[in-house]
Design a protein around this ligand. Structure first.
Ligand SMILES: [Fe+2]
Length: 309
């Protein structure tokens, strides 16, 4: 059923404040009706839709599946008594079906494959015994002028008042699979056909909200070039540089103008559809957060800054 994360919709009080942040983050923007839509350079896929409204809120997440998956999903939603709309409740040109999860958050599912990114990849990496960059610099002086180039939206982490209830709905009804978890505090879910270690995750909070969205970049340099660009412009640091245990990806989080986090990531674990060799972790949240990090996670790393409805 659900195989990929396509885009997220976020309501914000000032679109232009969002435009400035996400353009500096490395995304390309276009106007769509009253909204701003952002894409990764070199990739024909909408990734963020910013909609103007009274307060910051994660308004929807959009997922991709195939024809067979859509038929199966419709059957499961019906069995679960979920009301399904064939038009967006936000009056936006996003195709597919729309419904709410158990905590009232809107989800969209389309028959769509993720687009590939045509951006030229970065230099090869010389690891011990695997020297692949021969006769070529990784960092010439032109590297000083580099900007971060996000390649794709990888995942979104949502706050939920009930991790177990969210996991039950997203696995039993939507077909996602648990990759790792930290008891009833945190759970990472991947698509039904495998792929990235997580495309969505749930973190325990008093109410729903957006913890972070995360974009893949081509290497470690790109993570820090992006993070340092935003920090120099005055945006707030979130957490990083570091490397996670859940997903194994290198990370650096920066606060968006409304105090959610946006992450650059690189080198995430990939799990095949035949996952018989994958053993999910179930450990404490402090164990699953980071192998190492430049600084310990600040206490507000797990704070939910989204207002209650
Ligand atoms: Fe992440």
């Amino acid at each position: 059923m659900i195989r990929s994360l396509l885009q997220v919709g976020i309501t914000v009080p000032q679109l232009e404040v969002g435009r400035a942040f996400y353009e500096l983050f490395g995304l390309e923007v276009r106007v769509s009706g009253k909204d701003l839509v952002f894409r990764c350079p070199g990739r024909a896929q909408d990734q963020i839709r910013l909609m103007e409204g009274p307060k910051k809120k994660l308004s929807f997440m959009s997922f991709g599946t195939n024809q067979i998956g859509m038929q199966s999903l419709l059957g499961r939603l019906k069995s679960a008594g979920v009301v399904v709309l064939d038009k967006s409740p936000f009056h936006i040109p996003v195709e597919g079906i729309w419904f709410q999860d158990p905590h009232g958050d809107w989800l969209n599912v389309q028959v769509a494959e993720p687009e590939t990114n045509t951006t030229k990849s970065g230099p090869e990496i010389n690891s011990h015994g695997r020297y692949r960059r021969i006769g070529e610099r990784a960092c010439g002086v032109e590297a000083l002028k580099k900007r971060a180039m996000p390649l794709r939206l990888g995942h979104a982490i949502k706050f939920t008042p009930d991790v177990d209830r969210s996991v039950a709905f997203y696995t039993e009804v939507l077909g996602l699979k648990v990759s790792d978890r930290a008891h009833d505090i945190l759970a990472f879910l991947r698509g039904s056909a495998g792929g990235d270690h997580h495309i969505v995750a749930f973190a325990k909070s008093s109410h729903t909200g957006l913890h972070h969205i995360s974009f893949e970049v081509s290497d470690l340099d790109q993570i820090e070039i992006g993070a340092q660009t935003l920090l120099r412009a005055g945006y707030k640091d979130g957490f990083g540089l570091g490397r996670h245990v859940g997903g194994s990806n290198y990370f650096h989080y920066i606060r968006d103008p409304w105090n959610s986090l946006v992450e650059y990531f690189w080198d995430i674990d990939v799990i095949p559809e035949d996952d018989s060799a994958w053993v999910p972790l179930n450990v404490g949240p402090e164990e699953i957060t980071a192998v190492w990090a430049a600084t310990p996670p600040p206490p507000e790393f797990v704070a939910n800054f989204e207002e209650r409805d």
